[in-house]
Write a protein that binds this ligand. Structure first.
Ligand code: DX5
Ligand code: ZN
Length: 230
């Protein structure tokens, strides 16, 4: 199966400059998911981040393609960024593409052949990303990153929302920016809030994922603006 590139999947390939804010629906009220998504989109979100956990690569279970498909149905124009925290990411590329994902990020710790997975994602008309955990060295990511549109430098240990930002990861972000300039997007995920976002932006992160700060805020639009910093 090959497919044309979706316009929504071009989001990360546009010239960088504007910081993108990606609410993670992990902290949404799942009983009112469509309204929750609509509320952050109305508040200025650029995309929606869908956290997929398998209870194996990470200790928690979250959501699968059916939830992604529901989000796609209710939010037809919003780019969906799927973060695969799973042991065997290759099994889940096609199901999530069929469920409406525009961008798929796999973890370097679990990918058997990152370049091949990136190629497959592109053949399906979607955009690939490569993630690394806080304890994984940047050197592990570097040989593969040329095949991807985005590097996700985890800023917490994946598995749960609501954890504290790990400032030590900013060194990796600076290293990536120095090496690759503006040719890739760099995504922060975990502990991002109006308090931690300025340091993230300064280090070179330009896609900011946030779950508990945005969904827990009484003024989601203001939280999104403060995270974006403009
Ligand atoms: C962590 C997930 C994150 C998480 C972020 O395993 O990948 O996307 O939802 O949650 P907050 O923003 O609350 O730290
Ligand atoms: Zn995530």
């Amino acid at each position: 199966m090959t497919a044309p590139v979706t316009d929504r999947s071009l989001l990360f390939r546009q010239p960088p400059g504007r910081v993108l804010v990606a609410p993670s629906i992990l902290s949404a009220d799942f009983g009112r998911l469509a309204e929750e998504c609509a509320s952050v989109i109305a508040g200025g979100a650029d995309l929606l981040h869908v956290d997929v956990m398998d209870g194996h690569f990470v200790p928690n279970l979250s959501m699968g393609p059916a939830v992604c498909a529901a989000v796609r149905r209710h939010c037809p124009d919003t780019p969906i960024d799927v973060h695969l925290m799973v042991t065997d990411p290759d099994r889940f590329i096609e199901p999530f593409v069929e469920a409406g994902a525009d961008h798929l990020t796999i973890h370097v710790e679990t990918a058997s052949d990152p370049a091949a997975t990136a190629r497959r994602i592109r053949e399906l008309g979607r955009s690939p990303g490569l993630a690394l955990n806080p304890e994984t060295d940047l050197e592990v990511l570097l040989p593969h990153i040329e095949h991807f549109d985005l590097a996700l430098v985890m800023s917490v240990h994946p598995g749960y929302s609501g954890q504290s930002f790990i400032p030590g990861v900013l060194e990796k972000v600076r290293g990536l920016r120095q090496r690759f300039g503006e040719s890739i997007r760099i995504e922060a995920d975990g502990g991002v809030s109006p308090e931690t976002a300025p340091a993230c932006r300064e280090a070179g992160y330009d896609v900011l994922v946030s779950a508990s700060s945005i969904f827990g805020s009484e003024d989601r639009a203001a939280d999104i603006r403060a995270i974006r910093g403009a």
